[in-house]
Design a protein around this ligand. Structure first.
Ligand SMILES: Cc1ncc(COP(=O)(O)O)c(C=O)c1O
Length: 402
């Protein structure tokens, strides 16, 4: 007992010393304060983009989750079976499954197994690449608006962000991004199709950009939604890796495969680039054997993948049509979500929709409010359009009016 008290006192003393140490180190304190807000906190960039990372204050009210670009149909039944069957392998580390999975993915992507790096979701790979590349500062270049995972982590460890606005056609401004590269550039990030806009940058332009830019800085291309584009013009840039370019392609099982909560993704890159990351951090150690076996079963389940693609496209077309008929002007979407400007403050819109049981995501970009809605099932999209029509006091066409 007295030992416990003594150790608690020592612990308290150490805590006080630690706090005192920090107080006595104003440089460290100001460095901590200078780091950008992260996670749930909205951030404001040069272009005044304010993002609500996690919209709903009260998740229990949300009956229809259209806020995180999740696949409403997954996981594949074959993945669920493989997950259940592999639970008994839980006493073993994942090594033997991961070699098998690297081979499967290498064959699918037309690369070698040493070009594949697995991780517990692509977020892990985006953030670890950012940490490894930016731990000594430098800058990262991306579009704005963009998916902020890599950029935020880069800024958190001390890099600066060169934000290049999307062009009027919502494609990346690759010329401006090329001009922005300097000797301190640690990563160039391209998201194609882009989140949160849902729009694309022509694949041939990305290939031409990657061929030149990757000689100056690694080019990270996030293709989280590429399988949902359903447009023959939208192609992966993985060929750049085969051309020997320092390009990193990120893919995820969270979208097409409906495994967001199971956490699995991968990167395709040069073996040296993968080694530079693996020398510092481990990524595949974060994947459970059940998720890995489930992902391999899902890869083989082309029927499930095609079902997701077809249903996502049907919902996208339905929702686009409804939004347009209500007078909104949605951005073209090549993903599992649609973004459109609204004439209502983001907070008001979000709370009004949550009150109707619908979770959505909102953004302010250059002080213009936007709504981003993920594709759910057709029934969920009808609930969304009906609720939206009520909130904006508009008539809907297909959902049956107010
Ligand atoms: C563009 C983009 N990249 C990466 C991710 C992260 O996906 P994961 O679930 O694989 O971490 C998302 C998730 O929404 C995304 O939209």
């Amino acid at each position: 007992m007295s030992n416990n008290i003594t150790s608690r006192r020592n612990w308290l003393k150490q805590g006080a010393l630690f706090a005192g140490g920090l107080m006595g180190a104003p440089a460290l304190m100001s460095e901590l304060k200078a780091r950008p807000a992260f996670g749930m906190t909205p951030y404001r960039g040069k272009y005044n983009l304010q993002e609500y990372h996690m919209a709903p204050p009260d998740f229990s009210k949300i009956k229809v989750r259209l806020l995180a670009n999740e696949n409403p149909y997954g996981p594949s039944p074959k993945a669920i079976k493989a997950i259940a069957e592999s639970a008994s392998k839980g006493n073993r580390y994942v090594y033997s499954s991961s070699r098998k999975m690297e081979e499967m993915l290498a064959e699918k992507e037309g690369v070698k197994p040493e070009n594949i790096l697995l991780g517990p979701g692509s977020t892990d790979l985006l953030e670890k690449t950012a940490i490894v590349r930016c731990m000594n500062g430098g800058n990262v270049i991306s579009a704005e608006p963009a998916y902020m995972s890599l950029v935020n982590t880069s800024r958190s460890v001390g890099a600066t962000w060169k934000n290049i606005p999307l062009k009027a056609d919502y494609a990346h401004d690759l010329d401006a991004m090329a001009d922005a590269i300097d000797s301190d550039t640690k990563l160039v990030y391209i998201c194609n199709p882009n989140n949160p806009t849902g729009t694309i940058t022509p694949s041939n332009e990305i290939m031409a950009f990657g061929r030149k830019a990757a000689d100056k800085a690694p080019v990270f291309i996030d293709e989280a939604y590429i399988e949902l584009a359903m447009d023959p013009e939208v192609k992966t840039a993985v060929g750049l890796v085969n051309e020997g370019k320092d390009v990193i392609i990120a893919r995820t099982f969270s979208k097409l495969h409906g495994m967001a909560g199971l956490r699995i993704g991968y990167m395709v890159a040069q073996p040296e680039r993968i080694k530079s990351i693996k020398d510092m951090v481990r990524t595949e150690m974060g994947i459970s054997v059940t998720s890995m076996e489930g992902a391999m079963a899902s890869l083989a389940d082309t029927e499930f993948q095609e079902k997701t693609q077809t249903l996502n496209q049907e919902c996208r077309e339905y929702t686009m049509g409804e939004l347009k008929s209500m007078g909104f002007e949605p951005y073209p979407s090549y993903t599992s979500f649609i973004m459109f400007p609204v004439d209502m403050p983001t907070d008001k819109l979000m709370y009004a929709m949550v009150d109707k049981g619908i979770g959505i995501r909102t953004y302010n970009i250059n002080d213009q409010p936007y709504c981003r809605v993920s594709m759910g099932t057709m029934d969920e999209m009808k609930q969304f359009t009906t609720a939206l029509a009520q909130v904006f006091d508009k008539a809907t066409v297909q959902a049956g009016g107010k």
